[in-house]
Write a protein that binds this ligand. Structure first.
Ligand SMILES: Nc1ncnc2c1ncn2[C@@H]1O[C@H](COP(=O)(O)OP(=O)(O)OP(=O)(O)O)[C@@H](O)[C@H]1O
Ligand SMILES: [Mg+2]
Length: 221
């Protein structure tokens, strides 16, 4: 679905990502690595939030950033960075208005997304009054209404307690879309198809979750 070829990202005269080539085509892909290793930079490349200094990022063969934006949704660690409007339903409608969809279509998509995560009752609530877990589900619903093909999550459970983290994990599991999940919570990745380990801006391991996670744990010993 997404192909990175010889990608470098430089910042402040330093390589943050170094010669990364990878094909992301599995349904559930985890990304792990130490703080500062380059995971968020990698994740942001996938929907065009970040541009490569060299190399290409292609969605289904196209390197047009608009194709990345249109097809790849992004869920941030902190839903406060994602929720813009005071009322939940208004917030979900915001991106759909940009797509110039008719009102009936907007309402159907919003109702579907809220239903999907069991948060239909939140539709008319004030976004600033929601709990952390509720906010993260609203942020996820806001991405889902755009009907992306792939959803990238950058540490979506870090700010949540165990229960809300479980709710978000269940919501992720239930998605039809392909998922790339950056996380320090290695347990979330046990049933994933594939895990990528980033070390110092390079892909250090890529494969089956158990073996890649074991390799990552070894580096901490
Ligand atoms: N705008 C910038 N200017 C200079 N360096 C930057 C910039 N943005 C990121 N970096 C550096 O790039 C490196 C990778 O950052 P990145 O946010 O991708 O790491 P990460 O793996 O997501 O870390 P964490 O687990 O802490 O979220 C870090 O050393 C960071 O300081
Ligand atoms: Mg990060």
């Amino acid at each position: 679905m997404i192909t990175l070829t010889s990608v470098f990202v430089d910042k402040a005269g330093r390589h943050i990502l170094k010669d990364v080539s990878v094909e992301l085509d599995n349904r559930r892909i985890g990304v792990i690595g130490r703080n500062g290793s380059g995971k968020s930079t990698f994740a942001r490349l996938l929907n065009g939030l970040e541009k490569p200094t060299a190399g290409t990022v292609r969605f289904a063969g196209s390197d047009d950033t608009r194709d990345l934006r249109r097809n790849v949704g992004f869920v941030f660690q902190n839903p406060d960075n994602q929720i813009v409007y005071p009322i939940v339903s208004e917030d979900l409608e915001f991106g759909l208005k940009n797509l110039k969809l008719p009102k009936a279509e907007r309402q159907t998509r919003i109702a579907d997304a809220l239903e999907r995560f069991g948060i239909a009752a939140l539709a008319e609530r004030f976004t600033h009054e929601l709990s952390g877990g509720e906010k993260q589900l609203v942020a996820l619903a806001g991405v889902l209404v755009m009907r992306p093909k792939l959803i990238v999550f950058d540490e979506p459970t870090t700010l949540l307690d165990m229960w809300n983290a479980r709710t978000v994990k269940a919501a992720i599991d239930a998605l039809d879309q392909h998922v790339v999940l950056v996380t320090h919570d290695l347990e979330l990745l046990a049933d994933f198809d594939r895990v990528i380990l980033i070390e110092g801006g390079r892909i250090a391991a890529d494969g089956e979750p158990a073996s890649v996670i074991a390799r990552y744990r070894e580096t901490a010993e």
